[in-house]
Design a protein around this ligand. Structure first.
Ligand SMILES: [Zn+2]
Length: 116
C-alpha cells in the first residue's frame, strides 16, 4: 500500500507511516495517535517540494515520501486524510497483517473512542 501512495515501503525506517511522522523510536514508546505528529496536506506539499529539490542531490525520500501520490488528483481524496487511504485499502482489498500492526498507534486511539 505504501508504494501505491508514494511512500517508502520499509516499515523498519523512520517516517514509514502514511498518516503521521512516526519514527522507530517513537513507536517503541508511544501507543496512542495523539502522541504522534499527524501529516497534514500543507506538510505533505512542503515535503513534496523538498523532495523535488533534494532528489536532484541524490536523496531517495523526504520524511517517508518518495513520489507524489497520483491519487491526490481524484476529487475528494488526499493521501494525508486517514479515512481516504484506509477506505481505499479496503476497496482494493489490501490489508496485509503487517500493515495493520504497524498502524496500530492509530487504530488504538479509535478503538478507545468506541468503548469509552
Ligand atoms: Zn502513524
Amino acid at each position: 500500500m505504501n508504494g501505491i501512495l508514494g511512500f517508502i515501503e520499509s516499515f523498519s525506517c523512520d517516517y514509514f507511516c502514511t498518516i503521521c511522522y512516526a519514527t522507530q523510536e517513537q513507536i517503541q514508546t508511544n501507543f496512542r495517535e495523539e502522541h504522534f505528529q499527524l501529516r497534514t496536506e500543507q506538510d505533505y506539499n512542503q515535503d513534496v517540494a523538498s523532495l523535488r529539490r533534494e532528489t536532484l542531490q541524490g536523496k531517495k525520500h523526504v520524511r517517508g515520501i518518495k513520489d507524489e501520490c497520483m491519487l491526490n488528483q481524484i476529487a475528494g481524496y488526499h493521501v494525508t486524510r486517514p479515512g481516504s487511504h484506509l477506505g481505499l485499502r479496503s476497496r482494493l482489498d489490501l490489508a496485509p497483517k503487517r500493515l495493520e500492526s504497524r498502524l496500530s498507534h492509530h487504530f488504538m486511539a479509535r478503538l478507545d473512542l468506541k468503548f469509552s
